[in-house]
Design a protein around this ligand. Sequence first.
Ligand SMILES: *[C@@H]1O[C@H](CO)[C@@H](O)[C@H](O)[C@H]1NC(C)=O
Length: 315
Amino acid sequence: MKFLFGLALLIGLAASRPDDRSYLTYQMSPEIDSDEVGQFRGSKLTNCTCGTTNKASGRIVGGKETLPNEYPFMVGLGLVTPVRMVVDEILCGAALLTEYHAITAAHCTFLNHQVYLALTVGDHDQTNRNKPEYHRVYLVDKIIEHEGWNERTVEHDIAILVTKERMQLSQHARPICLPNRQPNIVGQHVKVAGWGKTAFQGHTSPVLLKVSLKVIDIKFCNEQYPHQLTTKTVPTQLCTYSYMRDSCQQDSGGPVFWADPESNRYTLVGIVSFGAGCASTMPGVNTDVYAYSDWIQETVNNNSPQAVATCAKIG
Ligand SMILES: *[C@@H]1O[C@H](CO)[C@@H](O)[C@H](O)[C@H]1NC(C)=O
């Protein structure tokens, strides 16, 4: 579900865009997608198991479809028929934080408080009715959007989902690591995964896709979306850019994740918010996760059926 406001904005601003396209000349270094990331320990440990991957041995070169369950933190937020517990449609992406919590964008949830939402965990191919044995569907019991969420300005686009039932963590369902400080990642690659539902084309991908993006200095997003980023001094948004034509296949609310070289684990640095349409040269605007660390911890602690903790790198 690509936020429509983003679409309107893209059209509205197309004419007034500054000519400075210097961010386009950022050299794309080869995509880091080795089989080691998220598998072996780095020089620093994490305080619980997070940000791991499941990959077959051998490098994946230029692959856009993920391997099934490659990112065990990746979950779909979907409309569900409660009795059958079958997800009818994936609306947005989300990432696992704990046994009871997932994180997504507020624009994915704020119009969906009156419907049954569920997390589809360990999912890959939406059309496959013969799900792997590790696939689970958990009903969302509670949605907490950031108090400052503003649908007009698309600020504070972050929400936490609490499940009714304790989610079973395993190799196939693992939390993502949260950043324990603001990572300095401008110019570095991050990834987004999603089932690719967009308002631009209105179709979804049956299988989970991934795309590599580059983190761009926030000032480029400020220039491209002048009315959008009102918080120019507080880094609550993360600007990304991709020259790949299919960057629209990223899914709103889904995780923007970075392979922290110290922990060798995938760390949640952003949540897909708006922008970056299909074949667009507009940068993507994501919620900066570290900027909301206190809110995330408070929300998790105050809305948990049992005591649970998020995971982060130690030190
Ligand atoms: C891990 O560390 C983070 C802070 O960096 C903390 O919020 C979290 O509760 C810790 N988790 C565990 C399991 O100790």
